[in-house]
Design a protein around this ligand. Structure first.
Ligand SMILES: NC(=O)C1=CN([C@@H]2O[C@H](COP(=O)(O)OP(=O)(O)OC[C@H]3O[C@@H](n4cnc5c(N)ncnc54)[C@H](OP(=O)(O)O)[C@@H]3O)[C@@H](O)[C@H]2O)C=CC1
Ligand SMILES: CC(=O)C(=O)O
Ligand SMILES: [Mg+2]
Length: 620
């Protein structure tokens, strides 16, 4: 266990201990105590920063919410306007200003600079307005922000590791330059497939930043534990190579052994620096690397590929919820996928697992799944050119690139798009789906909105409201024949925050595929009857994700303890309470006058809980 902590963490933990009361002080020579302390240390004790440095520290700054006592004690008195504001007032001021912005990109920029200035307030505003602001910090606006990144870049929010840094020691040094030592979750991309927008090189850094904002807002993971990383191996996007504001290396993408060594070196350096249990989420890697890297690392590291596994889980969740309306099991449906990349293949494979759990053989389950890629339907005549993952889905049918023809021949109950081809689900195709099914299932998963295979409005109109529709990016509600439809957002954001919360809190060794299937079932169960029957929405409300994440994290923890994958010991007696006690709070911390009182080791929940106690210096 001790080896999971970096030398820096151990040093810091020991020094934290010294500045605290020595009453009941834990025995840091015991590795388990040390690990528990890592988990339970108080968020902040009196900060080392003062004055203007404090105001420029986003993790500590409260702006005009600093009390008079804090202002005086921390050397910011006179540096701020003399009035005081509560956090609520500040949040109101921010959201009011945001709503006055002329467009979504302007809102993104305003929120981005708030995050640079005052992290708590940023998350407060985001958590209070999840439905309104998720489309800004996440898809679709984050895609637009990545495309314009050269113009809107202000402050670094993550680390850049380039192909020129290709050794463990150089990468370790870069990681050591990051301002926090206790990193527990990394989201990494190489920028090759940013949403459905293609190769955006280092402009893709917006994606790890956005995903990690959702770690905090949707799962309560502490922001100081989160690190966004971009691997810069060049870009094949000639427009970017000619863009005077491009922020990355001006060279074609490196591929092959040199690329693989960089990723290997990163994995080794990151786990050496931050601990073996550091979670590493792979995001928006290109088709030729996504599965390959997942297969290589999933048994060895605490990692997952969100586009493959997170997407698989959220789509299976939507399909399972839909079965409550169609009254058919998933194993009774035929499913056509447009797109056969990481996302579609991940979903197809998880559908097979679910169908097998429902009693089909693998062959029977694969037989119910039809995949269409850029070359058309995956058929037996193409077997020689297919990757091993696709062979099992090849059908003995005539070759065709015509999706309408595929839908006419197969008569699927579900049509799922992860192709990046906007409008590929034409009105004819949607009507054909409605002809064959009383309640057709149509998921247009491609992001951002401009890449969706069809709009919500087209789907409802062409099926006369019968469709069970979901999309990767949000669509407005649709009113048809006096009925209100609320399309669900079939996005991996229902899955990755909860899985990540469980992985970091229980310090898991690796994340088996089965966990994603369990998460899918939990999301499906969380869809209310009202959602399904009144609004035809096959996902829970976005504002329910935070609660869902806690439940998913409990499941992750229970599974990992059962399979000896959790390294936090002893196992907390009350898993849910343990998780809730470790959630990030969007309320400002008191920055002064806290001393640390060590609790009795045999406290009620089987682990020490820090108690923050006021001192005589407190103002009332
Ligand atoms: N809603 C969500 O939660 C998620 C949505 N997505 C979205 O899904 C999309 C795809 O992602 P991902 O699978 O990772 O990307 P990939 O690049 O791995 O796959 C894209 C797939 O689409 C196929 N394709 C491209 N053009 C056509 C066409 N004209 N006709 C048929 N098929 C075509 C490609 O075919 P070929 O293999 O022959 O090149 C490939 O199989 C993106 O827009 C992404 O944003 C991804 C993850 C999560
Ligand atoms: C949602 C997501 O992960 C994607 O579109 O890539
Ligand atoms: Mg993605």
């Amino acid at each position: 266990m001790l080896s999971r902590l970096s030398p820096a963490s151990i040093r810091r933990l020991s020094s934290t201990a010294k500045c605290c009361s020595d009453k009941n002080e834990p025995d840091f020579s015991d590795p388990k105590t040390l690990a528990l302390h890592k988990m339970y240390r108080p968020e902040r004790i009196t900060p080392s920063k003062r004055g203007i440095d404090l105001l420029k520290s986003p993790g500590l700054n409260k702006g005009m919410a600093f009390s008079l006592h804090e202002r005086q004690y921390l050397g910011v008195h006179g540096l701020l306007p003399p009035a005081f504001m509560t956090e609520e007032q500040q949040a109101y001021r921010i959201i009011t200003k945001l709503r006055q912005q002329p467009d979504n990109l302007a809102k993104y920029i305003q929120l981005d600079s708030l995050q640079d200035r005052n992290e708590k307030l940023y998350y407060r505003v985001l958590c209070d307005n999840v439905k309104e602001l998720m489309p800004i910090v996440y898809t679709p606006t984050v895609g637009q922000a990545c495309q314009h990144f050269g113009f809107i870049y202000r402050n670094p929010k993550g680390l850049y590791v380039t192909i020129n840094d290709n050794s463990i020691s150089k990468i370790y040094q870069i990681l050591a330059n990051w301002h926090t030592e206790d990193v527990r979750a990394i989201v990494i991309t190489d920028g090759e497939r940013i949403l459905g927008l293609g190769d955006l090189g280092t402009y893709g850094i917006g994606i790890p930043v956005g995903k990690l904002s959702l770690y905090v807002a949707l799962a309560g993971i502490r922001p100081e534990w989160c690190l966004p990383v971009i691997l810069d191996v060049g870009t094949d996007n000639t427009e970017l190579l000619n863009d005077p504001f491009y922020t990355g290396l001006r060279r074609k993408r490196v591929r092959g052994p040199e690329y693989d060594t960089l990723v290997d070196n990163f994995m080794k350096a990151a786990t050496k620096r931050f601990g073996r249990d550091t979670l590493i989420q792979f995001e928006d890697f290109g088709n030729q690397n996504a599965y390959r890297l997942l297969d290589r690392y999933k048994g060895e590291y605490c990692m997952f590929n969100d586009d493959i596994q997170g997407t698989a889980a959220v789509v299976v969740a939507g399909l399972l919820a839909s079965t409550r309306v169609t009254k058919k099991k998933l194993s009774q449906e035929k499913i056509v996928f447009l797109g056969a990349g990481g996302a579609a293949t991940g979903v197809a494979e998880m559908c097979v697992r679910q169908m097998m759990d429902e009693g089909l053989t693998e062959e029977e389950a694969c037989g119910r799944i039809y995949m269409v890629d850029i070359e058309g339907l995956i058929t037996t005549s193409r077997i020689k050119s297919l990757g091993e993952r696709h062979v099992k889905f090849a059908k003995d049918l005539p070759d065709t690139k015509n999706l309408l023809e595929v839908v006419r021949t197969v008569k699927p109950g579900a049509l799922i798009g992860a192709s990046t081809v906007a409008g590929a689900f034409t009105e004819d195709i949607i009507k054909e789906m409605a002809k064959n099914n009383p309640r057709p299932i149509i998921f247009a998963l491609s992001n951002p909105t401009s890449k969706a295979e069809c709009t919500a409005e087209t789907a409802y109109r062409c099926t006369n409201g019968a469709v069970l529709f979901a999309s990767g990016s949000p669509f407005e509600n649709v009113e048809l024949n006096g009925k209100l439809f609320k399309p669900g957002q079939g996005n991996n954001a229902y899955i990755f925050p909860g899985v990540a919360l469980g992985a970091v809190l229980f310090a898991v060794k690796n994340i088996p595929d089965k966990l994603f299937l369990l998460a899918a079932r939990m999301v499906a169960e969380a869809v209310s009857e009202k959602s399904l029957n009144t609004y035809s929405r096959v996902y829970p409300r976005l504002k329910d994700i935070r609660e869902l994440s806690v439940k998913i994290a409990v499941e992750v923890g229970e599974y990992c303890y059962r399979h000896d994958l959790a390294t936090l010991h002893p196992k907390p007696e009350d898993m849910e309470m343990f998780i809730r006690q470790n959630l990030y709070s969007v309320e400002y911390d008191e920055l002064i006058n806290k001393t640390y009182e060590w609790p009795a080791k045999d406290s009620k929940h089987g682990f020490p809980v820090p108690v923050l106690r006021r001192t005589s210096m407190d103002e009332e």
